[in-house]
Design a binder for this molecule. Structure first.
Ligand code: ATP
Ligand code: MG
Length: 216
């Protein structure tokens, strides 16, 4: 990736965390829109290792989720994928993700964490909440079914948290998984390569249901 590092400009890096089981066009539109509006040079997609919010649920193998994320983002020169979370053992906490990215990318990088409106209000319940706002800015994007305005974010530092209306795509990974189980098509909800990867690996079918997440 082309990076301007002349000492004068800071590098604006977006961070899109998610389980990506599977990655879908809602994720991609959110990342693309935030990149355009906030003039980000790059958005790095970070598939979670063990998402602590999803303990007790079935989640696909992390390498499958990583590869789907690579397939979905490969054609966009501004998109990249990081293994920091899937390579770190234990539960995934955003504070660790941001610290690791900062250590890896250097001090002249400004991080913008992108999250859906459904998760925005609960940032303070995340582990390391006191440090989060020193590490990154947060952008909460609109999501169909979640009222962006109704989410109370008055308890979050206003200069660190922005809400952004993005083109509405009523797609969720939960719905994608359900569609596969019901034999309905995934076409046009996720990138073509992801449709084909899901079929090839038998994801979301009894043949490959992934692992049940245990708390650590
Ligand atoms: P699941 O149904 O399994 O929770 P999901 O569709 O919510 O999956 P995640 O991997 O949990 O996908 O989401 C990663 C991030 O992307 C979250 O911050 C989430 O709010 C956001 N996001 C997911 N889908 C959309 C969408 N359609 N529009 C905007 N943001 C979205
Ligand atoms: Mg979700």
């Amino acid at each position: 990736l082309a990076r301007i590092r002349d000492g004068k400009h800071r590098y604006r890096l977006g961070v899109m965390g998610g389980t990506f089981d599977p990655i879908h066009h809602g994720h991609l539109v959110a990342a693309s829109e935030v990149a355009a509006r906030f003039d980000l040079q790059e958005v790095v997609f970070v598939p979670t290792g063990t998402p602590w919010q999803k303990v007790g649920r079935k989640v696909s193998n992390r390498e499958d989720r990583y590869l789907m994320t690579v397939i979905a983002t490969a054609s966009n020169p501004r998109f990249s994928v990081s293994r920091v979370d899937i390579d770190r053992p234990g539960n995934t906490y955003t504070v660790d993700t941001l610290k690791e990215l900062k250590a890896e990318r250097g001090e002249d990088v400004d991080l913008t964490f992108i999250t859906g409106a459904d998760a925005l209000g609960s940032i303070l319940t995340w582990r390391g909440a006191d440090e989060l706002f020193d590490l990154a800015n947060f952008v909460g994007v609109s999501r169909p079914g979640v009222d962006l305005r109704a989410r109370d974010i008055s308890h979050l530092p206003a200069e660190k948290v922005t809400r952004l209306e993005v083109p509405a795509l009523a797609i969720s990974s939960t719905e994608c998984r359900k569609r596969v189980r019901e034999g309905l098509p995934l076409w046009y909800l996720v990138p073509d390569g992801v449709v084909q990867y899901v079929a090839k690996r038998g994801l979301y079918t009894p043949a490959n249901e992934g692992e049940t997440l245990a708390a650590d």
